[in-house]
Design a protein around this ligand. Structure first.
Ligand SMILES: Nc1ncnc2c1ncn2[C@@H]1O[C@H](COP(=O)(O)OP(=O)(O)OP(=O)(O)O)[C@@H](O)[C@H]1O
Ligand SMILES: [Mg+2]
Length: 289
């Protein structure tokens, strides 16, 4: 979608009811039949059909006509549903530029009570295998894996952030809806984009944050120069959906991998040669404070 704000303003309340109805219907149907959509939306059949055609033309729904005509929402309309929730709850007042596009998320700038970043998770868009396996263990099997995977990732990330904030330097988590997580905007570049004036101190502060997270029994598990932002008040660690509990059987390995990534970066960019053992000691010390 080119512009989320424009798309948002272009939709009527009835359009949002229809999208919400399809979302609900997707719990039980892979393709939601029109009569179920109109019933859930509380709209007449003819009105529903007319508006659904309009949503289809705007590429906000997909449809399939095999045994019957059925609809699904897509990531664009899922984004709009989440955004409308934030707006309704007064958590978001306006949205701005796209500030990050990863393999597994799209991040937009927004304004609420403060400057915000909204991270729309995109897990499950390309790889369904892992999700299918996960889903097989569930009683209430979601029909549409991407929808489930993305909202699960957002919920995981939000839960971890709520546990870490404010003890660890991370963006303050503000709100969640579906696959979308609103957090405070971090005013600063990623570690890989700048040259630190005091890299020894930078590394020390990063290890201190890793130690503080460990004190709360959390290992990031995807730490690198791409998930550390640098502000005037120090490093801020972002991107937590894959974090694991310290009790996780691989947490030691993951912690060493995290530290290995950071040390490799400081070695190659700043020629600081810290052995892994020394970093582990620094982390354990910070953990105790
Ligand atoms: N709170 C924030 N404030 C400012 N910018 C942010 C914030 N959160 C994320 N960003 C920007 O968005 C980019 C992507 O965010 P993040 O690292 O959380 O997701 P990702 O890398 O796409 O996730 P994944 O690693 O799952 O693919 C970051 O590199 C950063 O530039
Ligand atoms: Mg990242």
């Amino acid at each position: 979608m080119e512009n989320l704000a424009e798309a948002f303003l272009g939709l009527s309340r009835e359009d949002f009811s229809l999208l919400g109805a399809i979302e609900t219907g997707m719990r039980t149907h892979e393709w939601v039949p029109t009569f179920i959509i109109s019933k859930l939306a509380g709209l007449s059949a003819s009105k529903s059909e007319y508006r659904l055609q309009h949503l289809f033309e705007k590429k906000l729904v997909v449809r399939e006509a095999q045994h019957y005509l059925g609809y699904q929402i897509n990531f664009d309309s899922y984004d709009l549903l989440a955004l409308s929730d934030f707006v309704r709850r007064d958590q978001v007042k306006s949205i701005g530029e796209r500030i990050g596009v990863g393999k597994e998320s799209v991040v937009l700038e927004a304004q609420g009570y403060a400057s915000l970043a909204i991270k729309f998770h995109r897990q499950g868009r390309t790889s369904f295998k892992h999700v299918r396996r996960l889903r097989d263990h569930l009683k209430d099997k979601p029909r549409v894996p991407w929808l489930y995977a993305a909202s699960l990732a957002a919920r995981r990330e939000f839960a971890v952030m709520e546990k870490l904030y404010p003890k660890v330097s991370i963006p303050r988590p503000v709100a969640i809806s579906r696959h979308a997580l609103a957090m405070e905007y971090v005013p600063g570049p990623l570690l890989n984009k700048i040259t630190l004036s005091d890299p020894e101190e930078g590394l020390r502060l990063i290890l201190q944050e890793v130690g503080r997270a460990l004190d709360l029994d959390i290992v990031h598990s995807d730490l690198s120069e791409f998930n550390i932002m640098i502000t005037d008040s120090g490093p801020v660690i972002i991107d937590w959906p894959q974090a694991v509990d310290a009790a996780h059987p691989h947490s030691d390995e993951l912690l060493k991998r995290d530290l290995g990534n950071v040390l490799r970066f400081f070695r190659s960019k700043y020629r600081i040669d810290m052995p892994l053992e020394e970093a582990l000691t620094a982390v354990r010390e910070a953990e105790r404070i």
